[in-house]
Design a protein around this ligand. Sequence first.
Ligand code: NDP
Length: 314
Amino acid sequence: MRRKVLVNAGEEWPDDLIAELSEHAEVIKYGTATVEDLRDAEVLVTFYLSPDDLKLMHNLKFIQVLSAGVDHLNWSVIPEDVMVCTNAGSNAEPVAEHAMALLLASAKRIAFYNSRCKSGDFSRPVRTALLKGSTLTVLGLGPIGLKVAEHAKSMGMKVRGYVRRPKSYPSVDEVFLHPDVAGALRGADACVVALPLNKHTRGLVDYEALSSMKRNGILVNVARGPIVVKEDLMRFLNENPDFVYATDVWWNTQDLSKDWDVALLPNVISTPWVAGAFGNPAVFGEMVRFALLNVLRYLRGEEALNRVDRSDYL
Ligand code: NDP
């Protein structure tokens, strides 16, 4: 029997890569798959998993997720012998750009002054911050965090990183190890959250961690909402009106408007989860290509990138 790859990527279907994959396996659009295809499929490329379909996939060996984050998967229904890979690195550039946009907009008070200028008020009641020479902590040095660190370094910032297993990072001046998040944030002017959401990082940025930053600091979140404790953040923002929370991500991912209470705070600037795939179709196209290249690696018997350690999620 020919190996089968099911691809659940909407209309995205890069013909050149599909042709290369087809040298190793039959590549099938998920929407056209028969029950037999589900039963035979060895590889599934997808954002979401249908537990019902998964039950039919007796031959499944590899799930290539299209997103960099895999916190939304129902890990309890994925058989232990199925390898799961994230798509980390597939959209690092646009997400890092977005983090820098939020950081710069916060430091320079763009949202604040923009709305005043539009109303005809050209007075200057608040100061802007200088990023050069200031300290930025980057939580997570994956592809996104590393890009942010590079941008920050090129702007003359002092860069701290926060990881579990340190390596050498040319754009990072000082590395802190999990779980010393308060140490990594101590006295920092700004922080960018670029961690995956897993059982170790959920709620990592709590009131204590926030309190170790400068009272007029900036916290940028382009990773996932629940890494920050929502109630602690709201309390901290209310107590420290000069502190800014700048975010692309939210706690209620099914209905972002349920987090309007945070968006409404005067010291919050926000975007509705547009840093990655939802912001630009070209970004999604690149993510599909990146994912399929990993499948190609797997089909050729090479080591696939970004293999998930399921114990981080269960
Ligand atoms: P990676 O998953 O490749 O990066 C992981 C980094 O986080 C590594 O440096 C890793 O360090 C570190 N890390 C993981 N767990 C811990 C921990 N418990 N303590 C300390 N460090 C830890 O991520 P990416 O850079 O690709 O993406 C990060 C996240 O950004 C994604 O998981 C996703 O949720 C989010 N994202 C958001 C988007 C948006 O639209 N806003 C778009 C794309 C991604 P170590 O190697 O030492 O474990």
